[in-house]
Design a protein around this ligand. Sequence first.
Ligand SMILES: Nc1ncnc2c1ncn2[C@@H]1O[C@H](COP(=O)(O)OP(=O)(O)O)[C@@H](O)[C@H]1O
Ligand SMILES: [Mg+2]
Length: 498
Amino acid sequence: MTTDELDVFFPRSSAPATRKMGLVVGGSLSKGLTVKLNAGAPVEEMAVGRYVVIEGTEMRFFGMITDVALGNTNPMVESAPPDVSDPFLRQIHQGTTVFGTLHVSPMLVLDTAASEPRPVKTIPGHFAQVRAAAEEDVNLVFGPEDDTHFYIGQPLDMENIQVNVNLQRMAERSVGVFGKSGTGKSFLTRILLSGMIRKNAAVSLIFDMHNDYGWQIQTESRQAVKGLKQLFPTQVAIFTLDEESSRRRQVQPDFVVTMRWEDISPEDLEMLKSTLDLSDQMIGAAYTLRKLWGKNWIKRLLDAGKDELEDLTAETNVIRASVDALSRRLTKLARFNFIRDSWRGDSAEAILRYIDKGISVVLEFGRYGNALEAYILVANYLTRRIHRLYVERMEESLGSAADEPRPLMIVIEEAHKFLDPQIARQTIFGIIARELRKYNVTLLVVDQRPSGIDEEVMSQIGTRITALLDNERDISAVLTGVSGAGSLREVLARLDTK
Ligand SMILES: Nc1ncnc2c1ncn2[C@@H]1O[C@H](COP(=O)(O)OP(=O)(O)O)[C@@H](O)[C@H]1O
Ligand SMILES: [Mg+2]
């Protein structure tokens, strides 16, 4: 007789996912609950991160397993374990003198009568039943898959259950995707963006540092994965800074982004301070030069001969050494072919023309993605201009929703470079994060070092999605302001590497 045939005669107990796990035997709201496992629920089948439901007398609680432990009724078993060579004896001990326990963090109260789950303010009493969460329970928390809810994946260790996220709500505030390098941030971000486009939740402007989003990419196992433009040809446009690289990858860009030297202001250099290793004196010199020479100051500095520089230092109070050092640093920018002496287009307006039509824009950096200074410079310049235009248009709309520009979500990678506490006050990305959605612009930040992000900005990130982080400071940063953070830490540090 085969195993399948046996199943017909002796049906197995229900799937482990819905099986009863055990009873609440202790705990507190602040520290979480202790659950004694039933004899029929093997310790080894439990896993941190899994969702559970606790049936209280009046309420149903939704929680997460945050620790698994071994308990006993008689501490003697630790120093003098019984003889368990006989499987029968072993079975008798298990579930009586020795048993497994779970630590469960209660998170929400599920009340079928109320429209939404509520935060927990109390805990279930002794001996409340604990079972694995089923599809209906998870759907009460996130929602069923429908016009607004997008299927983004499964809960930890729970196959066959979907997490469907309301992307419209998610896009109303800034979002963060965190995790150490190679844990799948770009993959997940692409899934989120596909959902936003499909469900019309928001229009995005994606600063695509590593050419991950627009067109086909290959996974580490050499499988091809489609990019956003291939999935939604009419709802996505590809802009590029590096036309050659885009064409090599068979991408037909909709627009080639170009900048002029005169577009770069001393304020932009402040953002590049650490990347280009600029001192305060050099930035001071930059401000003086712009005042003297006007908009085209960088070009003039790069082309200046010895005599001109000597005159300059004779006539003003700038120090020759600072000017020379500044000039040397700025030559790094001269190797970027996308910066030209003159150009008649306007890349920010071109982007807005697409955004206004509801078309998301992926800006590919091509080979310039390897140069952090190019990424920071371009993302800053374009975002500053687009934000200014959004502010003007929001103010002109005088609160009439029909005239407001479309909600825009700006996606940046390496976010800590834009949002570090030293600069987050002045930079455009810090401003956008802090003004919430006042001007209809929000951020989606992707980062592997969240501890480098300004705390105030972090507190404005409404939804945080995180993959494995192994640095204590990064874990704390992601969990700032989250209740029950202590036990979630355990779960976070044990996520898969992919
Ligand atoms: N959901 C997924 N499905 C298949 N492969 C994935 C998935 N997420 C990540 N990967 C694999 O992991 C690799 C790294 O993912 P990626 O998103 O580039 O990481 P990160 O942006 O965090 O550095 C990808 O090249 C791919 O091979
Ligand atoms: Mg990535």
